[in-house]
Design a protein around this ligand. Structure first.
Ligand code: GLP
Length: 259
């Protein structure tokens, strides 16, 4: 696992975007795993700028997402499909139809989960962007999620609903149920890129990077993955006991080592 500590969120976006750009540069038909939440927004801003500047094209690429609320109308602005389109996908040159997201509107949601999971297996995700919840969740895998879980329905914790209430008129409007890629599903992506900023993420980041592997902190699953990049600002890095080592490692990263 590579841990990169930078000054601010803009630098997080710069480095995460450079990984995505390198992936698409190497493989124009790459499958990019997108995450919602505020953490990846600086990455998306960078990528939108890079497309506009002709530095990268997503014309041959595909995009998939991690999770989706159940119970919102398809037109609801906070449905994750609409969020990711508004904040990123509609501002780049990804072809229509090349964004695939979990379908919460199917009559058989369990089947829709299984279908999405198997579709991800068929596609093969090349790089997956991840945020982290204050309780250590990734996507919507709440504490206690099986480390081998597949795409399925989950019930949100009170904490996550409170955290996400800022996007809705009231806490009561935040759905209780979601579809989320499982931790086992996410682990099949070839490269995981976890981004986090701010003091509120210091504890979950320390647990994910240095804590014991446990379903009580779902983000610890990244410790089992062969290719992970964690990019954090100083505030989110505050509880890392090996921060100096990570800084030293990154400062002396050999030019031949891949992103
Ligand atoms: C939501 C999303 C997660 C995201 C988390 C953190 O619960 N399902 O994918 O990582 O929020 O969000 P933020 O980046 O806004 O702190």
């Amino acid at each position: 696992m590579e841990v990169v500590i930078v000054d601010d969120d803009e630098q997080i976006g710069e480095i995460a975007a450079s990984i995505v750009i390198a992936t698409v540069g190497r493989k124009p038909d790459a499958v990019i795993g997108l995450a919602t939440g505020s953490s990846p927004l600086s990455t998306y801003r960078r990528l939108i700028g890079a497309v506009a500047a002709g530095e990268v094209s997503f014309e041959g690429a595909r995009a998939v997402t991690l999770d989706e609320y159940v119970g919102l109308k398809a037109t609801h602005p906070e449905s994750y499909r609409n969020v990711i389109r508004r904040e990123f996908v509609d501002q780049i040159d990804l072809r229509p139809g090349r964004l695939e997201t979990p379908d919460p509107h199917s009559g058989d949601v369990a089947q829709a989960c299984a279908d999405y999971d198997s579709r991800l297996g068929t596609l093969g995700v090349d790089v997956q962007l991840l945020g982290i919840g204050t309780d250590g969740h990734v996507a919507f895998n709440e504490p206690g999620s099986s480390l081998a879980s597949r795409t399925r329905i989950k019930t949100l914790t009170e904490q996550t609903r409170v955290d996400n209430a800022r996007f809705f008129d009231s806490l009561d409007d935040v759905p209780r149920h979601v579809i989320t890629q499982g931790l086992g599903t996410i682990s099949e992506a070839r490269h995981l890129v976890l981004v986090a900023s701010g003091a509120g993420k210091a504890a979950p980041i320390a647990a994910a990077v240095e804590g014991p592997l446990t379903a009580s902190c779902p983000a610890t699953i990244i410790q089992m993955h062969p290719h992970v990049t964690v990019i954090v600002d100083e505030a989110a890095a505050a509880d890392l006991s090996r921060a100096d080592y990570y800084r030293e490692t990154y400062a002396h990263k050999p030019a031949w080592q891949p992103l």
